[in-house]
Design a protein. Structure first.
Length: 202
């Protein structure tokens, strides 16, 4: 692939509103994203009419909303995100994400994303251990990486498998993260992301 939010923005995005906004998206996500993410291969999407270009999509301003679900599929926490991406002269992307959660907490994540070749990506971020690696074909990109929850505790890490799908003919993507610890799924995240503009100023 969390913080600077105004108090007005926090007031507008209440838990109830997030639930209302996300209910239909969660249903669609469960149909599209839960239909075998673990068994999918990026190559399976090579025949898609849409080609998802991650760096192009995230250049500028994107806005999203999402939900954390426990292993039983019960919603536990909602969030919104505003992200701002800027490309340098080499074409690499700096993506700054501002997350605001339904419990009032905020998080900042800053990605550095590099397109290795036509199908492979590499990325680093302030809370990632090592390098995130991605493979993309057609309208889908699959990413894997490890996040630290505490830089001072080497055991406080989780592994993430993430799929991002661009919806045909739209400037929107859906993403599904499966977060595991010691091989066990601890939480899953669904998110709908809309490209707002190519203006990366904030």
């Amino acid at each position: 692939m969390p913080s600077i939010f105004s108090s007005q923005f926090h007031d507008v995005i209440s838990l109830q509103k997030l639930k209302s906004v996300f209910c239909s998206a969660t249903l669609l996500a469960s149909i599209v994203l839960n239909s075998g993410c673990a068994s999918n291969r990026p190559q399976d999407f090579a025949g898609s009419k849409t080609r998802f270009e991650l760096i192009r999509f995230f250049t500028g301003h994107c806005r999203s909303c999402g939900v954390f679900e426990n292993s039983s599929g019960q919603p536990q926490r909602f969030f919104t995100c505003n992200s701002y991406g800027q490309r340098d002269t080499a074409g690499d992307l700096t993506l700054t994400q501002h997350f605001l959660f339904s419990d009032g907490k905020a998080q900042l994540r800053v990605w550095q994303i590099h397109q290795v070749d036509s199908t492979h990506l590499e990325a680093t971020a302030n809370d990632i251990i090592g390098v995130a690696r991605g493979v993309g074909f057609g309208n889908a990109v699959a990413l894997e990486y490890t996040i630290t929850l505490d830089r001072h505790n080497p055991m406080a890490t989780v592994h993430i498998r993430q799929w991002i799908y661009q919806l045909e003919g739209t400037d929107s993507v859906m993403t599904r993260l499966v977060i595991t610890k010691l091989g066990f799924t601890v939480v899953e995240v669904s998110e709908v992301i809309h490209h707002v503009s190519s203006d990366s100023r904030y």
